[in-house]
Design a protein around this ligand. Structure first.
Ligand SMILES: [Zn+2]
Ligand SMILES: [Zn+2]
Length: 192
């Protein structure tokens, strides 16, 4: 993950939307859930490439989790992006997704909307949510056996109909801080 680039997109969005206070942005290499931070989870569309066989696949269930904290006039954001494994190679190595520039902007746009709603009283309905740009045919279910978010209990565990029903993170059952997920009726992984 190109932390500098994500940071740059985040800072630009914070400035353009005139979010008060100073904000920092970091990417976690290893997923760690800090205590007492606001949590915001969303599903993005990303692509993967297997480092063993070179196979490409796409998924609209790439989980991105943000941890957000604001103390006085300083805000902090930490992001973790869940990885996926190639289902053909059956190795234990998780691959990082890549996102198009537009989809990075959409992820950050939603994050900043969340910050504005939670900390600055903006109404969630003020602007329509931008949809991820999906490319390639979407067929087949989410490959849960090769998804790090599923293995971590972040993907929609506990949902009786995970491919169709509304999505709930398991965190929302156990934690008091907020989790938000985007229902995605067409999510799946596909070999391209
Ligand atoms: Zn492979
Ligand atoms: Zn999953």
């Amino acid at each position: 993950m190109d932390e500098e680039h994500w940071k740059w997109v985040f800072t630009r969005e914070i400035e353009e939307r005139e979010v008060p206070h100073a904000w920092s942005f970091q990417i976690q290499e290893i997923h760690q859930k800090p205590e007492g931070w606001l949590q915001y989870t969303l599903c993005a569309f990303g692509r993967f490439c297997c480092s063993t066989c070179g196979r490409f696949w796409a998924s609209s269930k790439v989980h991105v989790v943000f941890y957000i904290k604001m103390v006085r006039k300083t805000g902090q954001v930490m992001m973790y992006v869940f990885k996926q494994k190639c289902k053909i190679c059956n190795t234990n190595s998780y691959e990082y997704p890549t996102f198009t520039e537009e989809n990075i902007e959409i992820v950050i746009n939603r994050l900043v909307t969340r910050i504005l709603v939670k900390y600055f009283g903006k109404l969630a309905t003020d602007e329509p949510e931008r949809k991820f740009i999906v490319s390639g045919n979407q067929t087949g279910p989410h490959d849960r056996g090769n998804c790090e978010a599923c293995a971590s209990g972040v993907c929609d565990k506990g949902n009786t109909d995970p491919y169709r029903g509304p999505y709930y993170s398991v965190y929302s059952i156990y934690d008091t801080d907020e989790t938000e997920s985007i229902p995605d009726q067409t999510c799946c992984c596909v070999i391209l």
